[in-house]
Design a protein around this ligand. Sequence first.
Ligand code: COA
Length: 175
Amino acid sequence: MLIRRETPADVPAVRAVTGAAFAARAETPVPVEVTLLDELRGHGAWLPALSLVAEGPGGEVVGHVVCTRGRVGRARALGLGPLGVHPDHQRRGVGSALVHAVLGAADALDEPLVALLGDPAYYGRFGFRASTEYGVTPPDPAWGRYFQVRTLSAYDPDDPALRGPFAYPEPFDRV
Ligand SMILES: CC(C)(COP(=O)(O)OP(=O)(O)OC[C@H]1O[C@@H](n2cnc3c(N)ncnc32)[C@H](O)[C@@H]1OP(=O)(O)O)[C@@H](O)C(=O)NCCC(=O)NCCS
């Protein structure tokens, strides 16, 4: 397996992998995560350095992760997602490799923190904790402990600007 930055040529394969990953629980013919990716790509929140693909042994795209520009209050932060691995390639470490890689890339860019909505049983292994442990409020209070934050090297626990409400980029509001 190889993790690398997405290129323009990968876009159709990333759409297909995301569609396959989320198909089982989708309520629409095209999973909302695919629409979200399309809308994020055309938005100023898209950060090309933080859109990564996993290549399988034949060079095919088998997984994808992206972080986009979010905010804690007025401070910059990142929102992680969608993260998807093709069902034929799940449970082989692809998702973990993508999460580790995107956290490393975000850290290298001096981003202070990454937030996401997801299962704590999965994301806890990467150092994500309930956002409220860091004074970061979820966009929807009902998300509770499923809204999590992973702090990075540039995070300063004494910086009050990094506490407050988290906001995803605007395309997330439409899904
Ligand atoms: C979640 C997902 C990205 C994980 O990718 P993956 O390549 O299968 O993950 P890995 O192989 O790195 O890790 C697999 C481990 O994670 C666990 N895992 C996967 N999804 C999990 C979840 N929702 N909650 C808890 N554990 C989970 C598996 O049980 C497995 O653990 P084990 O190896 O101890 O049995 C993939 O299953 C996927 O695309 N799912 C559908 C889309 C989705 O839910 N995306 C995440 C939205 S937040």
